[in-house]
Design a protein around this ligand. Sequence first.
Ligand code: SPD
Length: 277
Amino acid sequence: MWFYENYNEKAALGLKVRRKLHEEQSAFQKIEVFETEFFGNLLVLDGLVMLSEKDEFVYHEMIVHVPLCAHPKPERVLVIGGGDGGAIREILRYDIVKEAVLCEIDERVTRICERFFPSTTAGMNDPRVRCYFEDGFAFMQRHEDYFDVIITDSSDPVGPGVSLFREEYYRLVKKALRLGGIMVSQSESPWYYEDTMRSMTDAMARVFSSVQTYVAMIPLYPSGFWTITAASDTCRLERFDEERSSAIALQCRYYNPAVHRGSLALPNFARDIVVNR
Ligand code: SPD
């Protein structure tokens, strides 16, 4: 039995699976969990791969440690999306973090991950964590001048995630950040989502003075060449805290100070899409 994620009707990812562990239609999306031969359990939303047990560490380490090592004092961190808990797990590695807030639109994602992905949800009951199950856009409208780092760990720009790729959302994020804050957002692949990358980074650049896209190699995301984009008025990713980064790297399987620096180097074809500012 094989699972296929269709990329653009011309290419697909195929994974050999032992069995389907779960399937349901939540109020927001179709949620499926497969047991694969090689990548462990696999979470799929509306037919698109969100994470596997084997490779999730790459995405979660890179979406968290790059901004948390670039911000001078990340005490309050918000994750929009990320109901699987992987980003929260990484945020909790920092003693300096006082509050880790999760806002996930679909509570069923979290409940299913608690059952099938215990290693990503491990931190959810930590006393520094607060979880809200509601729309990220609406949550952001109620917050002003509060967070140091805001991480948008969304699904792809289809279905419930679509509003998180727009200028209006980035304006709300900016309002919710304290002075000196930084946001990051998963920003898809230059091979398959060129238009999304261009429009989202253009929108961020209308809101923040600095926009920087960086790379993470994630085998189960389309093309394996995945990007995350940071935006801020004060933080620059190349000016990161080396000491904090080296200390965190001791607990990581992908992230370290050299990877932090190297992830900022974009090949020309990708650089030309996002025009890092
Ligand atoms: N095409 C996959 C993009 C998914 C990005 N978010 C994944 C959620 C993992 N926490």
